[in-house]
Design a protein around this ligand. Sequence first.
Ligand SMILES: Nc1ncnc2c1ncn2[C@@H]1O[C@H](COP(=O)(O)OP(=O)(O)O)[C@@H](O)[C@H]1O
Ligand SMILES: [Mg+2]
Length: 262
Amino acid sequence: MRVWAVANQKGGVGKTTTTVALGSLIAAQGKRTLLVDMDPHASLSGYIGVEGGAQGSVYDLFGAGGSAASVSSLVHDTAYDHLFVLPASAAMITLDRQVGTRAGMGLVVKQALAAVADEFDQVLIDCPPTLGVLMVNALAASDRLLVPTQTEALALAGLERMLRSLGMIERSRGRPLPRTIVPTMFDARTHASRACLEQLREQYGDVVSQAVIPTDTQIREASAAGVPLASWPAARRGGLAYRQLLEELQALPADVMAEAAA
Ligand SMILES: Nc1ncnc2c1ncn2[C@@H]1O[C@H](COP(=O)(O)OP(=O)(O)O)[C@@H](O)[C@H]1O
Ligand SMILES: [Mg+2]
């Protein structure tokens, strides 16, 4: 089982879009794919049409009010083959206050996922934009971090903040977390977009994916319609870019090694 977290401490950069797009493409390869919605705003759950709330969500893994629930008891089927969702709920906002300082709370999600390691081939975790117990859990549970980064000047500050937080988390987990920066909402016609991409490549080199996700209004249309990209053929440019990104990620040596060791 591979686990990828999708995170950036800036909102609106394409985290949820990237999680659903990659997840739907991996599921279409016939791999059992679990999308974990770690954002209390539950936009991924809403996108896929799955309600958390009273029926249970990531919140229940933490056992804040009693015993902790298992991943299996919280996973929902979706309308798409091989694609499953562990939804979010608004209650997750209170987790930092309730369990944030309790010892061992950083590994809750990692341990919960370990119990279903044989049930899923791929897990994708959509993170909230805030650094707290949810983000810490997501990064501790993952073997790769994807950082969608909007190709505009202001986005670079958010990226740097995210990478600083990651450094902190790596020190506490005692081993590095391989990362891939994914340029998103690229518009080749604007100077700002081109300059930003150039700066990203200059500053971060190979950590930046070769695949660049273009601004494609069909991506917005697909999410408004609640349809994952793999099932929305009109998003030709966006779909192609996400396919290229997936190919690149699945070929990465670190992941090949992780799979061989599993
Ligand atoms: N490549 C893209 N082209 C056009 N619109 C996009 C693209 N990626 C995301 N969007 C839209 O931008 C908005 C924010 O994206 P989202 O994935 O929700 O960001 P985040 O999860 O980082 O807050 C959504 O309305 C989404 O449909
Ligand atoms: Mg989001």
